[in-house]
Design a protein around this ligand. Structure first.
Ligand code: BGC
Length: 778
């Protein structure tokens, strides 16, 4: 490529060339420039070579495209876009097919706005209920995060728009997020925190992965060669580009070497100059820069080839999809005495400002400027029969904040104090057949950038709840919250609770759909609701101190912890009610080379059409390693007409049965009789099955420090030792080893030390020979 080529001709050449060919025609400065942003949201173009700039924007549950010259986090002038339910809600749908459609709709909107990469999905594990950004994440479980994350990526990329899988990795808190080191042992790191990322990368090949701000075991994610190259590319086969979280770059040159391809946002040319200087001085191999620049070129090519000029979308259809997704994500926690669904003729008191002024998304970089905004109050009024009275009382101020001055003339005058608001709510509650009490976390308590201090609803809302429940026991609580809240203060005193999360712009309609039974609820908890914060797994190790957070609970995250501790919870992982009932029968399991096949017949035994989330948990009761009592390994959302039944097949991939074996630094399936639970929630096990699973050959190199037990279990050394024992010595040693109690005692003896004991049939020399034979390549 030369300077004399016309722009159109360069663009055509660019599209037809390989990334390597394009890079070969660039100067050192041009290559460096391709590995950092031009602005907050765009990459740099190299016009003479036809390389276009592309746009990357947030994400994840809508398109937040800011207009020229606006600030980073401001939402004021971002273009209107459909605000789909945030991840906290979508996770509860347990519905991969639905999420794929949401992803595709996000892709259509990105195309319409000329956005090449949408910054999401976020699939970090909800380690603590306090993480301020839990609303942007799917689950406390890696299978749910991985399966649903893949679906979102597939849908988005089906429209020729790239995903940015984030935040890679172990970004499980906001406190000190730009610096903190997440100190995690290898097994939880692999089995919990990386597992979902691995699945999405392997299944869906996101165009980009966004590295997180934090450090992992002391090393910044943005300059961590183990994370960005060994694991992500060499092990998982990632083919796309690694982009930094905005401002995550600590040392740009170290980042490039580690596998970080693109720094965002722009750094005013400062770090580009550092990169150029590093190449010139020989500190940075130019080949490393070529690779990163090549990935940047490849991304621009992908985007240019997929771009659909003049693309548009149908905002009404997307609003309808947002409503469908929101309704599928609502979780009915409790429903006693048939209080729900509501009859259209019921007279209602709708209490709580959140019914009228909804909280429908969290704050920070994911804040979408919605195309429309439903509120539950209007939707309920529209749904109620003409003569059914629906009165409203605000109860507290806007955004869920305490009373002063928040209320409007319809159900509370401006300037009214908390006492009047409560009195008005109580009066409304008394006169109604059923109360719908909307409670939730105030907007200012939940945001990117900081964590919550507790999981309590505001004290004034709880006082309001006390007063309202005392006035009318037939109270349905409807919750709006991004992070889990404690429900124990009122759960026993109300007949029904609806977990409404943050449901996006169509959440108000979706709540009405569920309340009136137009949609039969099918959401299930993707995270446990604990009785108290103090019961939660990371309680003693969150958010860490002096720059380090130790993941002391290890593998026992979410329900894995509560189940291992046999702790009471308010509502368990996987829980959620329907207006119909499901029965499970004829459950069976088979193991084959690719894993397990679980089959169960599910019948809808109630009077309404509905959908059930069938869950498969496994465990290995006799195991050499620490394990949770149950781990989700498969699930399926099954729609069933009233009275119908069908056989459901759930496959558990063999790799999902594997543990991370720290002896070999690799995945391995342990042999044994696995317990397989077919369940309606982690605490509603319908069938317990068992199945023999063959193990992977794990050959741990033997040393003189290997114990007798390990040596005897070794396929080569074991028989050799047995033979030596049978044949040699004074017989005392073999006698000892034949006595089970003695054997248990001796089994932990390192073979090297036992060898020098008197009377042993093998001495140090034989041990050396034995080790050589055992470790010889096979
Ligand atoms: C957030 C990312 C976001 C980026 C761009 C960062 O502060 O952590 O999730 O995509 O900003 O807005």
């Amino acid at each position: 490529m030369t300077d004399t080529t016309s722009p159109t001709a360069s663009a055509a050449l660019f599209l037809n060339a390989t990334p390597e060919e394009v890079v070969a025609g660039l100067t050192l400065e041009e290559k460096a420039s391709l590995t950092s942003g031009a602005s907050f949201w765009t990459t740099k173009a190299v016009e003479r070579a036809g390389v276009p700039a592309i746009m990357l924007t947030d994400g994840p549950h809508g398109v937040r495209k800011q207009r020229e010259g606006s600030d980073h986090l401001g939402i004021g002038d971002s273009v209107p876009a459909t605000c789909f339910p945030p991840a906290v809600a979508l996770g509860s749908s347990f519905d991969a097919e639905l999420l794929e459609r949401v992803g595709a709709a996000l892709g259509e909107e990105s195309q319409a706005e000329g956005v090449a990469v949408l910054l999401g999905p976020g699939i970090n594990i909800k380690r603590s209920p306090l993480c301020g950004r839990n609303f942007e994440y799917l689950s406390e479980d890696p299978l749910v995060s991985g399966v649903l994350g893949s679906a979102l990526v597939r849908g988005l990329q089906s429209q020729g728009v790239g995903a940015s899988l984030k935040h890679f990795a172990a970004n499980n808190q906001e406190n000190d997020r730009m610096r903190v080191s997440a100190d995690i042992d290898p097994r939880p790191l692999r089995e919990i925190y990386l597992r979902g990322f691995q699945r999405v990368v392997e299944e869906a090949q996101p165009w980009t992965v966004m590295c997180s701000y934090n450090r992992i075991n002391g090393v910044y994610a943005s300059e961590n060669p183990w994370l960005l190259t060994s694991v992500l590319r060499d092990e998982w086969g990632f083919e796309g580009l690694v982009v930094s979280d905005w401002g995550a770059v600590n040392d740009r040159v170290a980042g490039l070497v580690a596998g970080l391809d693109l720094e965002m946002p722009a750094s005013s040319g400062r770090t580009d100059a550092e990169v150029v200087a590093a190449v010139r001085s020989g500190v940075l191999d130019e080949g490393v820069l070529d690779v990163a620049a090549g990935r940047s070129v490849a991304l621009a090519q992908r985007a240019a080839r997929a771009a659909r000029a003049g693309a548009s979308y149908n905002p009404d259809a997307h609003h309808a999809l947002a409503r469908e997704a929101a309704a599928a994500s609502v979780v009915v926690l409790k429903n006693e005495g048939g209080v729900l669904p509501l009859a259209p003729t019921s007279s209602l008191a709708v209490i709580g400002e959140l019914a009228r002024t909804p909280r429908y998304q969290g704050a920070g970089s994911s804040l979408i400027n919605p195309t429309r905004l439903d509120n539950a109050l209007e939707e309920i009024r529209a749904r109620a029969a003409g003569d059914a009275e629906v009165v409203f009382a605000a109860g507290y101020g806007e955004g869920g904040a305490p009373g002063e001055g928040g209320a409007h003339s319809d159900g509370g005058a401006p300037g009214e104090g908390a006492d009047e608001l409560v009195a008005e709510a109580v009066a409304a509650a008394r006169g109604a057949e059923t109360v719908l009490l909307f409670l939730g976390v105030p907007a200012e308590l939940e945001s990117e950038g900081f964590d919550r201090d507790d999981i309590e609803l505001p004290a004034d809302q709880l006082a309001l709840a006390d007063a309202v429940i005392a006035a009318n026991h037939r109270t349905v609580v409807v919750l709006s919250n991004g992070g889990v809240v404690r429900v124990a203060p009122f759960a026993e005193r109300v007949p029904a609770i609806i977990e409404g999360w943050l449901l996006g712009q169509a959440g108000g309609g979706a709540i009405a759909d569920v309340l009136y039974g137009d949609v039969n609820p099918s959401g299930r908890l993707a995270e446990t609701i604990p009785v108290r914060l103090a019961d939660s797994p990371a309680y003693l190790d969150f958010p860490g101190e002096h720059g380090h957070v130790r993941y002391g609970e290890g593998l026992f995250v979410g329900y894995r912890w509560y189940d291992a501790r046999e702790a009471r919870v308010s509502y368990p992982f996987g829980h959620g009610l329907s207006y119909t009932t499901f029965e499970y029968s004829n459950a069976r399991v088979e193991a084959d080379a690719s894993g397990l096949v679980v089959r169960v017949t599910v019948a809808n035994t109630g009077g309404r059409d509905g959908a059930e989330v069938v869950q498969v948990y496994t465990s290995l009761p006799v195991s050499a390693v620490a394990r949770a009592p149950r781990e989700l390994k498969g699930f399926a959302k099954v729609a069933l007409a009233a009275g119908s039944s069908r056989e459901v097949e759930i496959r558990v991939r063999r790799e999902d049965l594997a543990i991370w074996d720290t002896r070999i630094d690799g995945w391995a399936v342990e042999a044994g009789e696995y317990r397989v639970e077919v369940a309606a929630s982690s605490r509603d096990i319908r069938h317990t099955l068992s199945v023999d699973v063959s193990g992977d050959d794990v050959l741990v190199p033997l040393t003189a420090d290997s114990s007798i037990g390990e040596v005897l279990a070794h396929p080569v050394a074991g028989p050799m030792v047995q033979q030596a024992l049978a044949a040699g010595g004074d017989g005392a040693a073999s006698g000892l080893l034949a006595d089970p109690a003695m054997f248990r005692m001796l089994a932990s003896f390192p073979i090297g030390r036992l060898a020098s004991f008197p009377g042993m049939p093998f001495g140090p020399e034989q041990v050396e020979q034995l080790l050589a034979a055992a470790n010889a390549p096979r």
